[in-house]
Design a protein around this ligand. Sequence first.
Ligand code: ZN
Length: 257
Amino acid sequence: MFDRIFDSHCHYDDPAFDDDREGLLAGLFSGSVEYLMHACTDEGSALYGIAAAQKYPNYYTSIGFHPENCEQTPDDFLEVLGALLPKSQKIRARGEIGLDYHYEGYDRERQLYIFEQQVRFANEHGLPVIVHSRNATEDTMEILRRLRPKGVMHCFSGSAETAKEVVGLGMYVGFTGVLTFKNSKKAKKACLAAGLDRILLETDCPYMAPEPYRGQRSDSSMIDRTAAAAAQLYGVDTQTVIDKTNENARILFGIGG
Ligand SMILES: [Zn+2]
């Protein structure tokens, strides 16, 4: 049995949790989970994160517009986020923001604009960013190199070289249950390249469940499987990885203790 899990990226506002959300969260906090960071996707998601942070002492939140919501993102998105900021002391990141070129018909220019403006806003307010990047490594890295935010590249799918560059920029690299998959050689190499001081664990729940739960709804208690996969890479025990990633996330998000 493990404890002190910090899930650095979760979506408990997802409808997949509608039937059992509060019971599940209470169970997680009385079990192996110490901290949760809500990954926000739009304004409604931000309001959920702020409410959950008010209810649970160790629940923290980000605010931001996800690139998949690019079309629905209001033109005054910076004002919307600026108005949300004073609502909670537990807003500790701007996210999840970034670029997603996976789906046909994406608007590259608008995504770049919204991403860059949100990074600038985060820098102005001294907040780290939670970066989502899918099929968009070059454009993402160009903005990170130029604007140098604090933050994490979440659900990392890049190469070991890119992981090293992200770490070189002073950022962290987040790994999901993908790390436990048999065919995840690339993620494993990237995890090892990043270094134990620079990795975060995350579920991205309800998605990305680790083995042996692959394909099922995931929740933060399953992170011990991802930690075990990282522990095997580093030749340390699972609790050591959980403790270290807890410390890394608290440093990044400014959470004391
Ligand atoms: Zn996410």
